[in-house]
Design a protein around this ligand. Structure first.
Ligand SMILES: Cc1cc2nc3c(=O)[nH]c(=O)nc-3n(C[C@H](O)[C@H](O)[C@H](O)COP(=O)(O)OP(=O)(O)OC[C@H]3O[C@@H](n4cnc5c(N)ncnc54)[C@H](O)[C@@H]3O)c2cc1C
Length: 361
């Protein structure tokens, strides 16, 4: 017998969890199916020491432009703090041409979530019944006739049915991994494949230290490098300052990274840090690395050549199919803030409204 629920959400990233949270508040019978063994999707914090979290996915928010996220953080009683930007920034044109600039960060005034992005996910999850989230459950196909969802759960075939289904995952993953009966038109299928999954081809590294040696040199930690391998570096010290950290995106694209192993990559990064910040940079306590292009629950082959600038997300794609029984959420289908955390919430709000329910503010 298939397990039946009024609304089933696919994907327990920020968008799926927030949709579930909204629907729960409206006493809806809702569950979330998630292929990974954890919630959060692209939100992932790595721990070091007893209580320090380092963001391997999203780190920054801009409350002035992201009202939903700001409001959700307030509702959940979560604190934010300013990204550290005091001091000079460096601009590396080449290993022998490193310029030092004083003044404002080029990053705008961004903020971070105290306790890391995962703290947001854990808090949202803690407000949902435990039975609402089914981990290790990969959705394989969805059938309109009986609104059935066919999954592989803990290695076994498992079936659900629902009155309404919300897809809260990147459209490229939907197109690649889930089959639909009846199938979407060629145009819709192509449109799904054309939407890049934001940041999915990137690799993020965090270097953890006992002391903030860059701050001691009146450097903010912010670097832009044309030479690499680290392209953009920022201070990633957690709010508790138990440890200090620098974080960076790797400037090499996913295909280039696949030509080298992590040891070679880290060696090249360490040489760059020494050029920029001196010998103290060698004293890492730990180095965390997350290559999202290797993660098949985020990235597809198409994302190996992910855009380096923010894409224009399409406004014309329908957000509802099968006479309103199947809906889209997920940051890539947000109309205004596509790609960002704010977009994950924006798209969820639209899905809740499409379910005929009012979004809670
Ligand atoms: C390195 C990096 C840095 C970033 N930096 C920022 C930042 O600073 N600020 C910002 O605003 N945004 C940033 N982002 C973007 C931000 O992470 C996303 O906007 C947001 O997390 C997307 O949430 P989502 O729920 O829409 O999608 P996802 O987090 O991708 O969630 C989708 C979920 O669906 C699950 N899933 C996939 N396939 C299936 C299936 N077949 N069955 C069941 N479940 C499935 C996945 O496992 C995943 O949990 C960054 C992203 C990355 C990777």
């Amino acid at each position: 017998m298939a397990e039946h629920h009024n609304i089933i959400i696919i994907g327990a990233g920020l968008s799926g969890l927030y949709t579930a949270w909204q629907l729960q508040q409206k006493q809806q019978d809702v569950i979330v199916l998630e292929t990974r063994d954890r919630t959060g999707g692209r939100i992932l914090s790595a721990e070091y020491g007893s209580s320090s979290q380092f963001d391997m996915g999203p780190a920054w928010l801009w409350p002035d432009f992201q009202p939903r996220l700001q409001q959700l953080l307030t509702q959940l009683d979560l604190d934010i703090f300013k990204q550290f930007t005091s001091g000079d920034m460096l601009y590396e044109k080449s290993p022998s041409a490193i310029e030092r600039h004083s003044g404002q960060s080029s990053h705008g005034q961004s903020y971070r979530i105290a306790g890391g992005g995962q703290h947001l996910i854990e808090t949202l999850q803690s407000q949902l019944p435990q039975s609402c989230i089914h981990l290790n459950t990969a959705v394989k196909s969805i059938h309109e006739a009986d609104m059935s969802i066919h999954t592989v759960r803990d290695g076994e075939a498992c079936q659900y049915t629902a009155n309404k289904i919300i897809l809260a995952l990147p459209p490229r993953l939907t197109q690649q991994n889930i089959s639909f009966d009846p199938p979407f038109s060629k145009d819709i299928t192509a449109a799904f494949g054309d939407i890049p999954t934001w940041m999915s081809g990137h690799c993020k590294i965090v270097f953890i230290y006992e002391k903030p040696f860059w701050r001691e040199q009146n450097l903010s930690g912010e670097v832009f490098s044309q030479y690499g391998p680290l392209s953009e570096i920022y201070d990633a010290t957690p709010v508790n300052e138990e440890y200090y950290a620098l974080t960076s995106f790797v400037g090499l694209n996913a295909q280039q990274r696949k030509q080298m192993d992590n040891e070679q990559l880290i060696e090249a990064c360490m040489l760059q840090l020494q050029r920029l910040f001196g010998e103290d940079s060698k004293n890492t306590l730990d180095i965390k690395i997350k290559d999202w292009s290797d993660d098949t629950n985020t990235s597809t082959e198409l994302d190996l050549s992910t855009p380096m600038v923010h894409p224009q997300y399409p406004d014309t794609l329908p957000r509802s199919f099968w006479n309103g029984k199947l809906m889209l959420a997920g940051t890539e289908v947000a109309r205004q803030h596509g790609g960002y955390l704010e977009g994950a919430l924006e798209s969820a709000d639209e899905a809740v409204a499409l379910c005929g329910l009012q979004v809670t503010r």
